[in-house]
Design a binder for this molecule. Sequence first.
Ligand SMILES: NC(=O)c1ccc[n+]([C@@H]2O[C@H](COP(=O)([O-])OP(=O)(O)OC[C@H]3O[C@@H](n4cnc5c(N)ncnc54)[C@H](OP(=O)(O)O)[C@@H]3O)[C@@H](O)[C@H]2O)c1
Ligand SMILES: [Zn+2]
Length: 346
Amino acid sequence: MKAVKFHGHGGHDVIAYDEVADPDPGPDEVTIDVKAAALNHLDVWTRRGMPGVDLEMPHTPGSDAAGVVVDVGENVDRFERNDRVAVSAGVACGHCEFCRDGEPSMCVRYQIIGEHRPGVHAEYATVPADNLVPVPEDVAWEVAGSSALVFQTAWRMLVSRADLSPTDSVLVLGASGGVGHAAVQIADHVGGEVYATASSEEKLGYAADCGADHVIDYTEKNYADEIRELTGKRGVDVVVDHVAGESWSDSLASLAKGGKLVTCGATAGGQPHTNVNRIFWNQLSVLGSTMATPGEVDDVLSLVWDGTFEPRIRQVVPMSEAARGHAMLEDREGFGKVVLKPDSEL
Ligand SMILES: NC(=O)c1ccc[n+]([C@@H]2O[C@H](COP(=O)([O-])OP(=O)(O)OC[C@H]3O[C@@H](n4cnc5c(N)ncnc54)[C@H](OP(=O)(O)O)[C@@H]3O)[C@@H](O)[C@H]2O)c1
Ligand SMILES: [Zn+2]
């Protein structure tokens, strides 16, 4: 079979689509015939290499995929051949204090498929049965294969960590990205007024289509000033920030008194300038969030499967051109999710 893989960390040129050994599921694993997969910014970080993550090479990246079950390990009774499934990438140990407390994404040995262990950007993927969720018959493969990671992340950020209420106003940064466009839809569904930033008029048009009530081109004007103006100087209740870098201070400045900044990432830099005075005086909360529990995954994916939420597909790219997909994310080209399909499926 063929898989995306790289033999070392680096730029797009390290990505290949090559023959690898056919998969063989362990006792608790399932092999799926991948119909559609998706890129996340995590694939870019993994390809470039991250401190503390020492990968066995060659490495196959990829955390999102959906397909048909072709083989199950001897201990697996939840799935059988021909079931339609999607991968949810978080792997917890099951017995550390946080796992025992029902918080697997806080597991001290937490791993993500594609980041710490072999990923699913391949014709066939073998993952633990616990990492699969059933996909209804009427859900398109592109939708099933591109929803799990970003929708679970945005759901936990807003619903569980920020405890969003129907009257809470929300500002979503980077609304054109995977997490961002999922957060806009969830904020629109669960919360009050939704504000979104992006870097072009076209992206902002899509953000409005996803449910943003107010859109701000942050390349044209300072978004914290704009939020102050739009809210009568009050600020918003919640900011969803996966960008950090230079935007961090403006995110804090966009919050109302008692507001919450919830972060899951730092695409533009993880050591931003901050404003401690603003945090204590305005009694702000800064909340971290990563992935989600299986229960949260089920909750949000049921709302994807019934069409309440919808991943917007930037482009479907053949897996052999995965490097082009990586470039689209790094160059911030387009809106929503880049989907990879095995060349044999096109
Ligand atoms: N902790 C977790 O569980 C978790 C889960 C998912 C993602 N993440 C993290 O969250 C971040 C977003 O992930 P994603 O998959 O949604 O990414 P993505 O699809 O590539 O979207 C990133 C968006 O951020 C905006 N952006 C602002 N500054 C940027 C910069 N310097 N470089 C690139 N984009 C920039 C871009 O929109 P504009 O051009 O409009 O500004 C872009 O659309 C990543 O850092 C990722 O690692 C964390
Ligand atoms: Zn654990």
